[in-house]
Design a protein around this ligand. Structure first.
Ligand code: B1M
Length: 218
């Protein structure tokens, strides 16, 4: 791995947001691609944070500071990831489900979808089912995207799909789900239309699902 990517990962782990922003910009100036900086620098650093958090070597305050540094790096990459000359591919209402505050993956998926030509309505984190319903009524999206990082919040995805059915809206949108503990099997069990393991496959999935919905019906 290049030296600058290693430094980005280390500074992210240490939670040094200014250094992460500066190194991210420098890596791009040196000719690395946004994907290289994201995967080899920012995500590599966050992976280490995840392992040490799991093993009890890092605690919530340190992880929060690392997350802030991740946001600082992503803010530099954002314009590059969201740049798109593709005509609108559709509209996606996206959010992290009720009870869950993790937003890094959801933000990344939102950015990549935007780069793939989608219009994004981001509801943020801790989004209850009725907030998704309200947004569907107001925004008439092609898709909704739900993210969950906790096994304890995954059932909120099912509650949201149930609420869509109760509101008579299930046929007007396609539902995609993702997040570290989510699997294709779980997506099938709860009646989602698709599951993507990462942000790049989320764009492919969204394209194929959006093609199934005719918004003149919605
Ligand atoms: Co928390 N956390 N956390 N955390 N955190 C995890 C998820 C955990 C696995 C850590 C661990 O134990 N190893 C663990 C969950 C265990 C479990 O349920 N299985 C955990 C826990 C336990 C907790 C708390 C309960 C800790 C506590 O308080 N005791 C607490 C819960 C708070 C809450 O949400 N109510 C908590 C809090 C936090 C912080 C606030 C400190 C912080 C979040 C800050 C923020 O997001 N703004 C945090 C963080 C940073 C993590 C880890 C370290 C990193 C998550 C991350 O951002 N990864 C995480 C450990 C880990 O995942 N290794 C951990 C990088 C991100 C790019 O990946 O989000 O997976 P990810 O997104 C990917 C894919 O999953 C996919 O694409 C993305 C890009 O490739 N994807 C989608 C995601 N959403 C998608 C949606 C799609 C499609 C694909 O379609 C719509």
């Amino acid at each position: 791995m290049s030296d600058i990517l290693k430094q980005i990962a280390e500074k992210l782990y240490d939670g040094e947001d200014d250094a992460v922003a500066e190194l991210t910009q420098r890596a791009l100036d040196e000719g690395l691609t946004p994907a290289e900086v994201l995967n080899g620098g920012l995500l590599a650093g966050m992976d280490r944070v995840g392992v040490d958090f799991r093993d009890g070597e890092l605690f919530v305050p340190e992880v929060l500071i690392a997350a802030r540094a991740m946001h600082a790096g992503m803010a530099i990459l954002r314009p590059l990831l969201t740049e798109s000359d593709v005509p609108s591919a559709g509209k996606v209402v996206i959010g992290t489900v009720e009870g869950d505050l993790h937003d890094i993956g959801k933000n990344l998926v939102g950015m990549m979808l935007e780069g793939g030509g989608f219009e994004i309505v981001d509801l943020g984190t801790d989004v209850p089912p009725d907030r998704f319903i309200e947004a569907i009524k107001m925004e008439h999206p092609n898709l909704i995207g739900m993210s969950a990082l906790l096994t304890t919040t995954m059932p909120s995805m099912k509650r949201t799909i149930d609420a869509l059915m109760e509101a008579g809206l299930r046929d007007t949108v396609r539902v995609m789900v993702g997040g570290a503990p989510v699997t294709q099997t779980f997506a099938d069990e709860i009646g989602a239309d698709g599951y993507a393991p990462d942000a790049a496959s989320a764009v492919e999935l969204a394209r194929s699902l959006a093609g199934q919905i005719n918004k003149s019906d919605g």
